[in-house]
Design a protein around this ligand. Structure first.
Ligand SMILES: C[S@@+](CC[C@H](N)C(=O)[O-])C[C@H]1O[C@@H](n2cnc3c(N)ncnc32)[C@H](O)[C@@H]1O
Length: 237
């Protein structure tokens, strides 16, 4: 399903363009390691951290060159190394409860080497508003499986959250049918809120784009907000 939602080749090219060749890379909220395997194969030295033991186990089973997976919460992760590139993409930061955003951004600031780059992808308010559909039904095909996703979206205004409820109907080639119900909340962040959070964490924005192909940053309308930042010197925060 994820292949239908993202362009991993564009993400990889963008991340490679913000890292010195062979550099040290950290992915916070790495999930099943989609981006890390691409970067590891290109010779970068990669670490991925995720709070889901299941995702980390899945990623470890897939393997991949030059990649270490760590089961931990991003805000608690420490390392003896400093990284040339620290990133968190595919809307991972929208999945964090708001109270966790500042600690995670501070972890990034502490773990990036002086002059290293931080790449973040956010869904912002207008993404959610313009993409809003009360109900959607979509079919995803691949590897002999047909997944039908019935999704319902609602807004929780006082929490500033977007609730996604979904039912997944999975049909296998041999006719086996399974049903899964799931819901998750995403924080609806605005551009000014994101910029304020980065500033508070001691990060300076060096570029903003509307996607990994360096589309113009979204003043309005659809498109994620891709931010490149660096850490300010300790005495300049
Ligand atoms: C939308 S997924 C994106 C996964 C991955 N970055 C990708 O591109 O496929 C968000 C991920 O963030 C992880 N996550 C959420 N909160 C976290 C936290 N506080 N620390 C570490 N991982 C976290 C979830 O377990 C999930 O794997």
């Amino acid at each position: 399903m994820r292949k239908d939602f993202r362009n991993v080749a564009a993400e990889t090219e963008f991340l490679v363009g913000h890292t010195p060749s062979g550099g040290r890379v950290l992915d916070l909220g790495c999930g099943t390691g989609t981006n890390l395997r691409e970067l590891g194969a290109r010779g970068f030295s990669c670490v991925g951290v995720d709070q889901s033991a299941r995702f980390i186990e899945y990623a470890q089973n897939l393997g991949g060159k030059n990649v270490d997976y760590v089961y931990d919460r991003a805000e608690n992760f420490t390392s003896e190394h400093r990284f040339d590139l620290v990133y968190s993409i595919f809307m991972t930061l929208n999945y964090l409860p708001r109270a966790e955003l500042r600690p995670v951004l501070r972890t990034m600031r502490d773990l990036v080497r002086p002059g290293g780059q931080i790449v973040l992808e956010f869904g912002h308010l207008l993404n959610f508003v313009e993409g809003y559909q009360q109900h959607t039904v979509a079919h995803h095909r691949g590897e002999g499986v047909l997944i039908t996703r019935l999704a319902r979206q609602s807004i929780i205004p006082h929490a500033g959250n977007w609730r996604n409820e979904e039912t997944l109907l999975v049909r296998e080639g041999d006719g086996t049918l399974s049903l899964y119900d799931n819901f998750f909340d995403q924080a609806v962040l605005t551009g000014p809120e994101v910029r304020g959070l980065l500033d508070d964490a001691g990060l300076s924005i060096t570029a903003e784009y509307g996607g990994f192909r360096k589309e113009p940053a979204p003043g309005h309308g659809r498109g994620p907000l891709v931010i490149v930042a660096t850490a300010r010197e300790a005495n300049d925060r």
